[in-house]
Design a protein around this ligand. Sequence first.
Ligand SMILES: Nc1ncnc2c1ncn2[C@@H]1O[C@H](COP(=O)(O)OP(=O)(O)OP(=O)(O)O)[C@@H](O)[C@H]1O
Length: 712
Amino acid sequence: MPSRQLSTSTDTPPRHHHHHHFFIPLITATVSTFTLLLFLLFLLCHRILTRKRATRSPPPPSSSSPPHRLSFSVLRRATNSFSSRLGHGGFGPVFAGALAGVPVAVKLMDSTSSQQGEREFHNELFFASKLLSRHVITATHFSSDPKRRRFLLVYELMQNGNLQDALLHRKCPELANWNTRFSIILNIAKGIHFLHSCDPPVIHGDIKPSNVLLDRDFSPRIGDFGLARLSSEPPRFEIDVLECGSVNNDEEKKKMKEEEVDDCGSVASTHSVFMEEGSLGVEQSPSPETAVMMAMTSPETGLAVAAASPGFEKEDAKKMNGKGLKSNSVRDWWWKHENDVGSGESKKVRDYVMEWIGRDVNKERVKGGIEYGDVEMGKEEAKKKKKKKRRGKELEWWESMEEEKFDGVVKGKRRTVREWWKDECFEENENKNKNKKKKKKKKRKGGGEKSDDIENGDDWWVSDDGLDKRKGKSRSRNNRGNMDWWMDGLSGELWRGRRNNSFDSASGEIPKSGGVSSTPSMRGTVCYVAPECGYGGDVTEKCDVYSFGVLLLVIISGRRPLQVSGSPLSEFQRANLLSWARHCARNGKLFELVDESLQLLDKEQALLCIKVALLCLLKSPARRPSLKEVVGMLSGELEPPQLPVEYSPSTPSRYPFKSRRKGRAMLVIPEYWNLKWLNSLKQNLSISFSHVIVLMVVIEKWGTLAQRYYIW
Ligand SMILES: Nc1ncnc2c1ncn2[C@@H]1O[C@H](COP(=O)(O)OP(=O)(O)OP(=O)(O)O)[C@@H](O)[C@H]1O
């Protein structure tokens, strides 16, 4: 019995040991599964929470606070993956979306192929935090990823789109009412007046109908500050702050000044203060992110504002500035960069526009009527791009959302802030050198470059309106080519030169603009830009006044500045709105300019608007009124303006031969006799007349040369 007992005890292993063998892995498995589940649950919760926070986080768009930074994914969600396009500007498309339930417009700056988009982005951002007015629309949020070159700006959604579209394309019935149009005119004037009354004044630089957005009630808001700049007045603020601040002691003042020079960041202390409309000197501190963005934008203003930000340390400023540039040199760099005029490309651009006009004239003639809007560039390129896209060969960057792919594309382009600055300076120097070389070449070729330019007609605007004081001699319109006459008043950098930052200087080409932009990426838009800006003159508030004049005429006449609707010569004469307006003024027929479809027209107001427009369009910037005066005249606070002498119908011509010719022209211009065969006669006459003028100029020039070198 005992032996049996023993055998059973040795054969079967103890029960508890068996259990132990299975329990350990079981427990381990359960624990690990549990942990894994817990971890997954945690991850899920975290994701849901962060997502919720992300969707909840964007503060509602408000134009009364500095712009907030958002992530790209938030904006992608807000726009439903960029599905509903509102329009396309010079630097990318604009999409509709909603942030925190508020409708917004999200602008994608296409900066993958040129730096222009990035510059415009920074410029917009800089002004966004400063210009707080109900007449101005600025960015409320932004998203920036310099590594991937993604720059997005968020604006309040303007339900009625832009003025150009509402007035000329959709022909909104609300705009057929004179009162609505007049209120738009007045509010735009107030908006520009607000910009000019900032300290330092802000020059918008691109006033045109497509940059005026209309809200639900057709109230206009001025937008697009990509080309805006501060007025280049001497920096008054340094004295202002030192004088007005609490610094009484001379030594302390001196110390402060020294600090300013040593440390870029401290420029902030002396940087002037922008005003909110109606309030004096309300200084706003931008968020640190905005400040950093701004600092990258403009060494002068950017660093100044950046340093004013609470989260921005002086060390940051030094880091950004590389070796710590002196404030003055920084400022110089910025203004030099802004004012640099690269004349070399002007001819290219001119040729391009000529070609474009020619192409479209031919194309539209077939349809029966020609319409020239603001010059649209690169239509063919856009078509090609569209075709490619359809074939799936090329996707826009916001469409190809795969981050990895995108990384691959831009890897080579990653730059530090310092590199970015270096590149900018280098680009500028390179352009300068190119310009110098070109000038030298020109000099070697023939000298007397200036006078040649004038004779070639590059200077015609100076003498327009019979105000040529430069050479003391008349220049009849007809001594220019036919195309030049047609382009009378169509100022723009196209005809003269361009600013470096308006072009992709690397390629020397007109930068792509999606083919649908009205801005061929220049400082200002053809037809709207003041002549002196293109001539390389100072960009002042008076440039905006000129653009406002054109805009005023467009709103009153309900047509584009360049629009040919029929084939006869009379229609061709009306094609250029500016020269047509001047012509009407000289003939005392201002009402011919008023849109015939206008209802409830107040004739007095309309006449007032046309007169104000003509004043704004004076070729001499000094003679143009300020926007303050314009607002005064339009609102009836100031006396209505008198037409300038050169526009009054009774003005006798300064040049007797001109008037004699006019008299003779009466006999031969077909409109008067309505005889078709006289067309050819007139053409022949004008050709021979221009030959005579050229001959006279040659003789005169030969005379002065002969005198100079004692030939006789
Ligand atoms: N806040 C907005 N609300 C509604 N629509 C907008 C808004 N911002 C822009 N848009 C639309 O998107 C279009 C493109 O705007 P964007 O400012 O980029 O270019 P643009 O002013 O037309 O041209 P450019 O860039 O050449 O000056 C506008 O014409 C307008 O129709």
